[in-house]
Design a binder for this molecule. Structure first.
Ligand code: R5P
Length: 313
């Protein structure tokens, strides 16, 4: 094992999105990470990190899709780095799952975001980097510092060429600020759909605030899972006379298999997501956040401010 110092930056690549993590490592001038997470026959995971002693370590691992194994692998990798003597351990979690459980909506529920945040800190993370989390409350839920960077400029760049005749649409009230950030970059008006979620896969949307008639909608959201939110919003937009050529942009695409079928049935012209979660379906245009993560990690390593990379709420 070679001797490392705090001057050495190391990327530890989790298994959930190795391509993204290895790309970041290469862009930072390093080699693909030799660490591995083995799986025992009974399903348990065992990580093995190498060459982290004394180094400034960034464990890159989204907590999805799916959650369970990705979260356990992230926790075990953080613990392994901490125990191997890393001088500082940062969890880089491009997609932070469970962020939708940031408060209890009914008695008997859990605050899942808090549970995961506490577990990361307990496992050895001293800082957390996330991309467009579902809720900015994540910062207040975590006992360690949280850097919330945004992929909106990446996706807005992918949407470039829009302008006259377009309208950015928030598919629910929680996406209004996000929609305003897109609209500012694309120079479009904003419309808002009011959504009511009935279950994990069923949502209803009826009311619309704003004018979409004879306009081309761009629905923006932090994530797409079942596609129910996009489907419901699209229905409202078409009912209000929007042109049936819809663009959709979401930072995270932890798409369940039925979501692809659901989205295929809609008049979607383009679907843009990032690679915060590994993507396997050719339907979505994938825009990489590797340069964003590379820039973030380089600046953290050099103790430089992240201001222009952060979400401005
Ligand atoms: C919820 O408020 C989120 O911002 C997304 O709108 C939602 O999680 C998307 O999930 P789905 O695709 O299952 O509707």
């Amino acid at each position: 094992m070679s001797e490392m110092s705090r001057d050495d930056l190391r990327i530890v690549a989790g298994p959930a999105n190795r391509v993204l993590a290895d790309t970041v490592a290469r862009e930072l001038g390093g080699e693909p990470d030799p660490s591995a997470v083995e799986r025992f026959p009974d399903g348990e995971l065992r990580p093995w990190v190498r060459d982290v002693h004394g180094a400034d370590v960034y464990v890159v691992q989204p907590t999805g899709p799916g959650g369970g194994d990705s979260i356990v692998a992230l926790l075990l990798l953080l613990d392994a780095c901490h125990r191997a003597g890393a001088s500082r351990v940062t969890a880089v979690v491009p997609y932070f799952g469970y962020a939708r459980q940031d408060r209890r909506q009914h008695g008997g529920q859990a605050v899942g975001a808090r549970v995961i945040a506490d577990a990361l800190a307990t496992a050895g993370a001293e800082r957390l980097v996330v991309v467009d989390p579902h809720t900015p409350a994540l910062e207040a839920l975590c006992e360690i510092p949280v850097e919330m960077v945004t992929a909106v400029p990446v996706l807005a760049h992918g949407l470039a060429g829009t302008g006259d005749g377009f309208v950015v649409v928030a598919p629910d009230l929680g996406a209004v600020k996000l929609a305003e950030r897109y609209a500012a970059l694309l120079d479009t008006p904003v419309a808002i759909v009011r959504k009511h979620r009935e279950s994990g896969s069923s949502v209803h949307a009826k009311e619309l605030i704003g004018d979409v008639a004879d306009r081309r909608p761009i629905i923006v959201d932090d994530m797409i899972s079942t596609g129910g939110t996009i489907e419901a919003a699209a229905g409202v937009l078409l009912d209000h006379g929007a042109i049936p050529e819809i663009d959709v942009a979401a930072t995270h695409g932890p798409l369940v298999p039925s979501a692809i079928r659901r989205l295929h049935a809609l008049p979607i012209r383009r679907l843009l997501v990032t690679d915060s979660v590994a993507q396997h379906d050719a339907f979505a245009e994938v825009h990489t956040i590797a340069p964003l993560l590379t820039d973030t990690i380089r600046r953290l390593h050099e103790d430089k401010p992240l201001d222009d990379l952060l979400i401005r709420t």
